[in-house]
Design a protein around this ligand. Structure first.
Ligand code: MG
Length: 249
């Protein structure tokens, strides 16, 4: 069931989402060769708690850290590790959530470490653009499927594939609410767009094939062909005045 939010709920959720946006901006500075993903996670947790919020991911279904940090071929749910040092040329997805005032925010960015090659640059730009295309499509859409359709067209025309096994979601008092928000599909499909919807939109894109698998740790997701991938996510609300992006600062 899709839980529609009142204006005051959206305002409360925006506070949590903004902290996530600020955390992601802060994290960008941490993308330096030699730092471990464990150190990045500690700084992220500290930052979120200093803002008076709680890291949504910590302990979520047993997840052991505050941020999912996914390096290179890891798509999502990378576990921060004291043994994982960043290197020049890596691409790193920081996916983070914050809980404040009864609501969650959840957003992600894939960042470069130092200088990255042209292939990686184009992948990051395309994924970031796919999120913009999704948001623009949603502004005009009458059904959710129109957004997934536009994202898929754009991504596949760019020579990449769209992840099918994971996608966006409703968000609010729970981090994952209905509906599932696919980044692919048919135009005339999915739930009707309604005022009060709050969604996390998150295109995930692979340079290779789209099927994925989970590694032995029970969390880490990679593409089955171990191709490079990227992931951008923002929270939006459909308000009476139109679409509002909640997680950007
Ligand atoms: Mg999400």
């Amino acid at each position: 069931m899709i839980k529609l939010k009142r204006e005051k709920d959206i305002n409360a959720m925006e506070k949590a989402s903004k902290i996530v946006g600020e955390t992601l901006e802060m994290s960008r500075e941490l993308m330096q060769p030699g730092i471990t993903t464990w150190e990045i996670d500690k700084k992220i947790e500290e930052f979120i708690r200093k803002k008076g919020a709680i890291p949504s991911f910590k302990g979520y279904q047993g997840f052991p850290a505050s941020a999912c940090i996914s390096v290179n071929e890891v798509l999502i749910h990378g576990i921060p590790s004291k043994n994982r040092y960043l290197e020049e040329g890596d691409i790193v997805t920081i996916d983070v959530g914050a809980y404040l005032g009864g609501f969650h925010g959840d957003a992600a960015r894939t960042y470069p470490v130092g200088t990255i090659n042209e292939d990686k640059k184009r992948l990051l730009e395309t994924t970031s653009q796919a999120l913009e295309i999704g948001i623009e499509a949603l502004k005009k859409a009458s059904r959710l499927g129109e957004m997934g359709y536009e994202i898929q067209q754009f991504v596949e025309n760019s020579g990449y594939s769209v992840i099918r096994d994971f996608g966006g979601h409703g968000i609010g008092r729970e981090m994952h609410e209905d509906p599932f928000v696919p980044n692919f599909g048919e135009k005339n499909s999915g739930p009707k767009i309604r005022t009060g919807m709050t969604l996390a939109i998150e295109p995930m894109i692979s340079m290779g094939e789209y099927p994925t698998m989970i590694l032995e740790d029970g969390w880490t997701v990679v593409n089955i062909d171990h191709s490079l991938n990227a992931h951008f996510e923002d929270d939006i609300a459909i308000t009476k005045d139109g679409l509002k992006i909640l997680s950007r600062v």
